[in-house]
Design a protein around this ligand. Structure first.
Ligand SMILES: Cc1ncc(COP(=O)(O)O)c(C=O)c1O
Length: 403
């Protein structure tokens, strides 16, 4: 459905003056495109979708239907994966802290847990000996990818703990070693070859070929030119990441009989461009010579700070031209500026459409000042309510109200 004035009026009538629009069709296209591009270089490839980035069940189910895996970092996300029908063998559990009781329960179901510390390896080993059943484990690896960060995640591959964990896994009768995994947060593609080279060097040094090699997420997704222009470096595309990594694995394994499954764990790259936020201009005023438009929308809804998001206005009225106007949010935070220095026509009741709101937005919206707005999917010629509007009761039912 095309988002035009008539549709905005209809959606406002049904769902209120602010809502998210999910584009599940674009999400499917992104998944297929990433899969096709990486597989064309290294065929044994799969995607583990990072649930934390946007755990909307519809998206999680799409990944499962398309044959992808679930990458989860908490027992909450793991429960969600199971509820979405993901088979335990297709769930990868990362995360620095895993609830011990749940770890036992889910390992016994067949989930793969990536070990992050020596203590965790010892604990998992005890579980396997208690039940005398095979448990799937991986090891999260930490090494330098020249991004200037000492990551807190995983085991330093040059440290003693790494060797101790490896020895626990190798010498156990029950632990089934599935993969080495790593994840580095910086998205610039120049850090990506080091991920792959670090893994290859590790395999060489240990003379191990695991079933899977998982090189994590942290890819930029698609974005409008106006957003790209606000970054100091060129925004890579899927192809750039594939060339930077899959080629290294294709080359290393070309003469080897066994080619492990290569996995990446994208979140933003799949979902970033799959959500828009639609808000409404509620007031316009001038304070000491500066114009402010306050919208029913907030930085808290879109989790985008420090940039002007891609914005598009659907005019409801004639309005007038403004220069250097700030479009600000409904919260009482002075810095809740959605768009700095807007130049153009605007009027009260106009709709503000903010793109690229798919990642770390909905999942990071606090119940601050207002409950969250609904999520609708209009990408496939019908209006589907993906998440109803939150209510007063949704927020306050967990509090003790006293007598
Ligand atoms: C282990 C792991 N995998 C994947 C991701 C997804 O990252 P992104 O959304 O940047 O692709 C994250 C994000 O923090 C992560 O911690």
């Amino acid at each position: 459905m095309e988002l035009n004035k008539d549709l905005v009026i209809k959606l406002r009538d049904l769902y209120g003056d602010a809502f998210y629009l999910l584009d599940s069709y674009q999400f499917k296209k992104n998944f297929d495109e990433v899969k096709r591009i990486f597989s064309s270089i290294y065929s044994n490839f799969n995607i583990a979708y990072s649930y934390k980035t946007n755990y909307t069940p519809k998206l999680c189910k799409i990944v499962n239907e398309l044959g992808g895996y679930a990458e989860v970092v908490s027992e909450m996300e793991l429960e969600l994966a199971l509820k979405c029908g993901v088979l335990p063998k297709n769930i990868i559990w990362n995360g620095p802290i895993k609830n011990q009781q749940k770890l036992e329960e889910y390992l016994l179901k067949g989930v793969t847990a990536n070990i992050d510390t020596l203590d965790e390896a010892e604990y998992i080993n005890k579980i396997s000996e208690k039940y005398k059943v095979v448990l799937n484990v991986g090891i999260r690896c930490n090494y330098d990818v020249n991004d200037g960060v000492i990551s807190r995640f995983g085991l330093d591959i040059d440290g003693d703990d790494f060797l101790k964990v490896l020895s626990i896994v190798k010498n156990s009768n029950y632990l089934h070693f599935v993969n080495f995994q790593c994840h580095f947060a910086k998205r610039n593609v120049e850090y990506w070859p080091a991920r792959a080279k670090g893994m290859v060097a590790l395999l060489e040094r240990l003379n191990i070929i695991p079933e899977r090699i998982d090189i994590g997420g942290g890819l930029f997704g698609k974005m409008e030119d106006s957003l790209k222009a606000q970054f100091s470096t060129k925004i890579p595309d899927y192809n750039d990441y594939a060339l930077a990594t899959a080629t290294i694995f294709a080359d290393y394994f070309k003469d080897k009989e066994f080619k492990p499954e290569l996995i990446i764990e994208p979140g933003s790259a799949l979902v970033g461009d799959c959500m828009k936020f639609v808000g409404t201009v509620k007031t316009i005023k001038n304070v000491r010579g500066k114009y402010f438009a306050t919208a029913l929308a907030s930085q808290k809804n879109i989790s985008m700070t420090g940039v002007n998001p891609p914005i598009h206005v659907i005019h409801m009225n004639e309005g007038r031209e403004y220069a250097d106007m700030d479009i600000v949010g409904f919260t009482c935070i002075e810095g809740d500026v959605l768009y700095k220095g807007y130049n153009g026509k605007l009027a009260v009741n106009d709709a503000i459409i903010i793109s690229n709101c798919g990642s770390y937005s909905l999942v990071m919206k606090p119940p601050f000042i207002l409950p969250n707005f609904p999520v609708l999917d209009i990408s496939e010629d019908k209006i589907e309510v993906i998440k109803r509007a939150e209510t007063f009761d949704d927020i306050f039912q967990t509090f003790n109200w006293g007598e």
